[in-house]
Design a protein around this ligand. Structure first.
Ligand code: GLP
Length: 241
């Protein structure tokens, strides 16, 4: 893992956008894995700025998001589809038909999960995956567990994640209890991974990810085994390294 520490999250996000732009350079077809949460918002603003300035072209980009809440469709303001449209897709020249977010509202989640993995594979795999990290070390919605789950799957969210994400909902009871998430296999197959973490609230998870054992109880620790992962931190998130 390459660890880079910046004074501010804004600087880390600009550096991340630079890495993405360099990876996309000259590529007529590019598969970009995307994440939600508050962490990538400044990155998405910077990508949109570069697009508006004519510096970055998304017309050949196919995006695949990590996860979605079970039970929320794209019209729900807390769904990850809504978040992505609102924070990125509506502000760049990506073809909406090329943006993919797992569906958490289908009748057969297992079939939807298999189809999602198959679609990524048919696309040639993810070129670059953007990640945040949960306070408990989750990536996507791969929660701490006794094993790593490889394929896209349904997961029961932990109390810690429900608590953390309740800030986006009116009431804690409104936070969905389940999600559909790309599994560890999908994340690890991405050719390049950029993980962002900001704030003191992430410092323990960052330490466990970087310095701890590779252990499914800190899902992000598996990235120690990924050959091309860059971790972009602000000072607070790096404070326990
Ligand atoms: C979520 C997402 C993750 C994200 C994490 C941290 O619920 N499923 O992809 O990295 O929580 O969120 P935040 O960036 O808001 O701290």
């Amino acid at each position: 893992m390459e660890i880079r520490v910046f004074e501010t999250m804004q600087e880390a996000s600009v550096a991340g956008a630079e890495i993405i732009a360099a990876a996309m350079q000259g590529r007529a077809h590019f598969v970009l894995g995307l994440a939600t949460g508050s962490t990538p918002v400044p990155l998405y603003r910077e990508l949109a700025r570069r697009n508006a300035a004519g510096e970055l072209d998304f017309s050949g980009t196919h995006s695949y998001n990590l996860d979605e809440y079970v039970g929320l469709d794209g019209s729900h303001s807390q769904s990850f589809r809504y978040f992505m449209d609102d924070n990125l897709f509506h502000h760049i020249n990506i073809d909406p038909a090329n943006t993919h977010v797992p569906s958490g509202t289908g009748a057969d989640h297992a079939a939807d999960a298999r189809a999602y993995d198959a679609a990524i594979e048919a696309e040639g795999g993810i070129d670059l995956q953007v990640l945040g990290v949960g306070n408990n070390g989750h990536i996507g919605f791969n929660e701490p567990d006794s094993v790593f789950h490889a394929p896209t799957h349904i997961v029961d969210l932990t109390d810690s994640t429900i608590d953390a994400n309740s800030r986006f909902f009116e009431r804690r009871e409104d936070v969905p209890r389940q999600a559909i998430t790309l599994g560890m296999g999908g994340i690890m197959r991405a050719r390049k991974v950029l993980l962002f973490a900001f704030g003191a609230v992430k410092a323990d998870a960052v330490r466990a990810m970087v310095r701890g054992e590779v252990d499914p109880r800190c899902p992000a620790s598996i990235l120690q085994l990924h050959g091309d992962t860059t971790v972009l931190l602000d000072k607070a998130a790096a404070s326990k390294l």
